[in-house]
Write a new protein. Structure first.
Length: 198
């Protein structure tokens, strides 16, 4: 199984941390077959879909330009995917920067995870109308479409907490209202995944 890495990139003052993200990819024990960098704009999900569509791997990782992967990230997630037949493999994450914590998901993986291209096609890609929380939305829709998810308890992703996090720019009240409306319309039992919009 070959793995592609898709990086939605914000140009400008994040250049230094972008180089750190790239360095963590170069240090991977199991190398990706390609790294596709897409310049991020207001419709980030459109850029990600374009990157995945042109990718050559059987599976892909959407990796933020401000985070860091453990050197064994691809090797360990790909190994679990091969052994279990999972469609998605997620790991625990460790935050760094303004806050240091370790988190583990229960049902919905974190945005950076290994995803089979086949489940991306089945879902229809990332919803380009969702301008915030699109990775989370995609994973919910993947589960709704029968995706098998496996998790690794080891924190193989380092998530940077800083003032320029993309999530700080989002009107979450508006986005969550749109997502809740979408799930109800499509009959997605989002509450069974531990999701609430209260």
């Amino acid at each position: 199984m070959n793995v592609s890495i898709i990086i939605p990139r914000i140009k400008g003052k994040r250049e230094k941390i972008f180089k750190e993200a790239l360095a963590s990819i170069k240090e991977q024990v199991e190398k990706p077959i390609e790294v596709i960098v897409m310049d991020k704009d207001e419709n980030q999900r459109k850029k990600i879909n374009q990157g995945v569509a042109k990718s050559k791997g059987d599976a892909f990782v959407v990796f933020s330009d401000d985070d860091i992967l453990d050197p064994a990230y691809i090797k360990k997630t790909a190994s679990v995917m091969r052994e279990t037949g999972a469609d998605i493999v997620g790991t625990a994450l460790e935050t760094f920067g303004n806050r240091k914590e370790i988190h583990m998901f229960h049902i919905i993986p974190f945005g950076t995870c290994l995803i089979r291209k086949s489940i991306w096609k089945k879902v229809g890609g990332y919803d380009e109308k969702i301008l915030g929380g699109g990775d989370h939305d995609f994973l919910i829709m993947a589960l709704h479409n029968g995706a098998k998810v496996e998790r690794i308890a080891e924190p193989l992703l380092k998530y940077r907490i800083h003032d320029d996090n993309w999530s700080n720019r989002i009107n979450w009240k508006k986005i969550n209202k749109e997502r809740e409306s979408k799930y109800k319309k499509l009959g997605v039992d989002y509450k069974s995944y531990g999701i609430t919009f209260d």
